[in-house]
Design a protein around this ligand. Sequence first.
Ligand code: P6P
Length: 336
Amino acid sequence: MVQPTTLGEFIVENQQDFPYATGELSHLLTSIRLAAKVVNREINKAGLVDILGAIGRDNIQGEAQQKLDVIANDTFMRALRSMGQVCGVASEEEEYFVSFDDDIHSEAKYIVLMDPLDGSSNIDVNVSVGTIFSIYRRTTPVGIPVTLEDFLQPGDAQVAAGYVVYGSSTMLVYTTGSGVNGFTLDPSIGVFCLSHPNMHIPETGKIYSVNEGNYVHFPEGVKQYIKYCQEYDEASGRPYTSRYIGSLVSDFHRNLIKGGVYLYPTGTMAPKGKLRLLYECNPLAFIVEQAGGSATDGKRRIMELQPSELHERVPCFIGSPKMVDTAHAFLRKYEE
Ligand code: P6P
């Protein structure tokens, strides 16, 4: 039996694809790999150990913080601090960025932004959740503490991005700008194995993902696009299928493999949309564009947007390029 390529082997074999490859990014990805395995273990036993449910406090987003949210945040924070490549981390679970100010880390050149456990409201009902991460080079000189400026970079400046989906199997999918590759955790040996080499999203698809419970709050163009998806048209394979898990990573991952579009538009309930630009939209936009897809805020590429604050929200239309384009046409036609 041919031994599958492990994530560790893949990182080393492909580090020359990354400009200025000095092995530091490889070490950084290795720390993320380790943290993903630890979080996977905690998620898999969550139903057995009293770590389900909220811990009685809210996170920066004002959302009830689930115990696993905190465990995931602390696990990734610890793993990233343990390696000398990172000088600071921003997280959905932290109000401000965390600066690693000791001598070793202040010489580090990478920063990481992450959503350590996205979709955590699904934890107690055993629906898949995910981790999303985004890696940049710092813009300020090494040797001084990292600053907010280092974190407020447009998505086009990312050097790597990825996600872990803790689903029926646990997968880590990432890009360093030379395509997208997926690795499935073999729990019998605790190793991520290359299972989805060179991933590409289908140019179009028959799945649309949106929380239709917010329909009445959507812009008219979004409402009309949803109706378009639901109309019968044999030639274009409509009506499309509506699939919405309520876990961004899971909805995104399904669409990446099968083709589809995920929408989180503006609405009176979410005047700027709900998804976070820095640690949800930008990393997934990097991945989807590397896989041949599109990611916009309804007008502009997500990765062109200049962030102004850590936790800012943006509308998000992401997935198969032809489906994103069709959604755009409706937005333009009914622009309010
Ligand atoms: P709604 C989870 O909180 C999340 O950020 C994404 O994982 C998910 O796609 C979205 O919010 C669900 O939001 O408003 O539809 O419940």
